[in-house]
Design a protein around this ligand. Structure first.
Ligand SMILES: [Zn+2]
Length: 375
């Protein structure tokens, strides 16, 4: 008995010693980065929750800038930002999230991650919670089974119960002000009222890409940019700017499918139909103005674009939604649907169509990969 216990203790301490010897001395974690410009004494307001709602997987400037800053400063260059849109909600789908790859099982990585998450979220000398996180416009941060939210629990770290423990990366989600570099770290001015607009206000005009080509007639042998535009609106046709027999045949099918005179040439009727498919509300732009109290089919169409119940009654709730969309597109937010607001509603529909297409495309890719695995 005694012998056994002694030998166990001996082997345990031998293991402990060898671990101590094998572990390299941890390099000191660098001091946090310094702001590029003088900071105002005011800290940006804590950001509200602004969940992803658009499919726009391009990295936003504030997200890219923090990822660059941290990965260089701490010499940990590996991070990811955007992903192809799926049906769940993730700021990786609208360019407002960063995954900075640090491994909780690597002591040096863990020391950096712990130091950075502490620095971002601790109180400053004036008692502001999460002051650095707020200066970057962070909405929430997840690391090692814990989550910090700017908008809940007064900025304290709480257990994270999502399916992924986040032990191999820190996740950063930015509010729009942070994602678009409107916060004090970058501007020197604290955000005092939250702005949920995107980074560049999308522009809408009454004209479309079809407007300048409507007088052009295309036929076998035509070449150029108008041919490209037509081809990009014909299913299964290569966009090469050469109006060959395949394009002609696709035009015939298009005309027949939509009840147009079958000529094999692209003229005004074909252009109009292509435009209508791309901009479902186009016919209202020059003919219908809607305001609160109006009723009817055009109201239903607008409600469809606004993702509201199609009651056909322009009520106060709809008025508020119309003003939101007008704001988003930099239009005068008067709650009246005139030509430009119709154009903005079309953009809303088109963004959703692109999102649906992107998701369908991804599903096809995933299906293909699964089929490959099976075969
Ligand atoms: Zn992430």
């Amino acid at each position: 008995m005694t012998t056994l216990r002694t030998s166990l203790i001996a082997s345990v301490s031998a293991v402990a010693v060898s671990v101590t010897l094998a572990a390299p001395a941890l390099a000191a974690v660098p001091a946090p980065p310094k702001p590029p410009i003088p900071m105002p004494s005011t800290v940006d307001v804590p950001m509200s929750y602004q969940g992803q709602s658009r499919c726009d997987p391009t990295t936003k400037p504030g997200a890219a800038a923090l990822a660059e800053l941290l990965s260089r400063h701490y010499s940990r260059p590996s991070y990811g930002t955007v992903r192809a849109c799926l049906s769940d909600v993730s700021e990786h789908y609208d360019g407002r999230a960063v995954d900075w790859m640090l491994d909780v099982n690597d002591p040096a990585d863990k020391a950096i991650a712990d130091a950075v998450t502490k620095w971002l979220t601790e109180r400053d000398s004036r008692g502001n919670y999460g002051s650095w996180a707020r200066r970057f416009g962070l909405m929430y941060v997840i690391w090692n089974r814990k989550v910090w939210k700017s908008y809940r629990d007064i900025g304290t770290w709480q257990p994270y119960t999502g399916s992924h423990p986040h032990t191999d990366h820190i996740h950063f989600s930015f509010a729009w002000d942070g994602a678009c570099k409107r916060t004090s770290w970058w501007t020197g001015r604290a955000v005092t009222s939250i702005n949920t607009n995107g980074c560049s206000t999308p522009q809408v005009t009454v004209a479309t890409e079809f407007t300048p080509v409507k007088d052009i007639v295309l036929r076998l042998g035509s070449t150029g940019s108008a041919v490209r535009l037509a081809q990009s609106n014909l299913p299964g046709v290569a966009v090469d700017g050469e109006y060959g027999p395949l394009t002609q045949s696709a035009v015939r099918s298009f005309q027949s499918r939509y009840g147009l005179t079958v000529t094999g040439n692209v003229g005004r009727a074909v252009w109009n139909k292509m435009e209508q498919l791309q901009y479902p509300l186009i016919k209202f732009r020059k003919t219908v103005i809607l305001k609160k109290g109006d009723t009817g089919n055009a109201v239903k169409k607008a409600q469809w674009a606004l993702r509201m119940p199609k009651t056909g009654v322009f009520d106060d709730r709809m008025f508020q939604r119309v003003r939101q969309v007008e704001n988003k597109y930099g239009l005068k937010p008067n709650g009246v649907i005139g030509p430009l607001t119709w154009a903005a509603l079309d953009e809303e529909l088109r963004a959703r169509m692109r999102m649906t297409e992107a998701s369908a495309e991804l599903e096809r890719v995933v299906e293909g990969a699964l089929a490959d695995q099976r075969s």
